[in-house]
Design a protein around this ligand. Sequence first.
Ligand code: BG6
Ligand code: MG
Length: 217
Amino acid sequence: MGIKAFIFDLDGVIVDTAKYHYLAWKKLANELGFEFTLEQNELFKGVSRKRCLEILLDIGNVTATQDQFDTWMVEKNEDYLAYIDKMDSSEILPDVPRVLNYLKGKDIPMALGSASKNARAILEKVGLISYFDYLVDGTNVTKAKPDPEVFLIGANKLGVPPNACVVFEDALAGIQAANNAGMTSIGIGDESILSEARYNYIDFTQISNDFLDRLIT
Ligand code: BG6
Ligand code: MG
């Protein structure tokens, strides 16, 4: 297929941090007097922190002053970072290191494409930072997925045209962003949610080295 570079989302693709985002948002919701369910948490995948808080307040029918909004953003992130602080390499999702090592062994450029402002800290915690030639994260994107910006910046930094890039994503908005960028999208997770992906796998254990070879030749 002539693929020359791979771009990885972080949360839900490399590590299962969605559970920590959920616990931190749930704590805030409970403090504000309402419930926040795992099902509602699905809406938060791939979505920026600010937008998540807007959605959370809508769910709870809570109106906030700008000061309260800012305080709650900080509070949620501090609670989230307390979980991140305890992370280590045991939290890398199955077979992610095998795929990263295989591609690295073939000198294939790799970038991160994440909405998270905590991406660098998380990759450092789990010991994967050195695999990535470039990180695009919440600190250098202005338009949220499904806008293709995050992945187009990644392709540009790697010096590879978008149609020669593969994107691994667990969020529908991320698959749409990859498709909008003209890249080959690979959904990691539930096929019924990620049906717009070019390929779909439940996790990286299903992604064989042969399949990677077929993509890059
Ligand atoms: C995405 C997550 O990767 O990053 C979202 O899927 C999260 O759930 C977003 O809201 C922003 O993350 P952070 O770490 O900057 O709050
Ligand atoms: Mg994700």
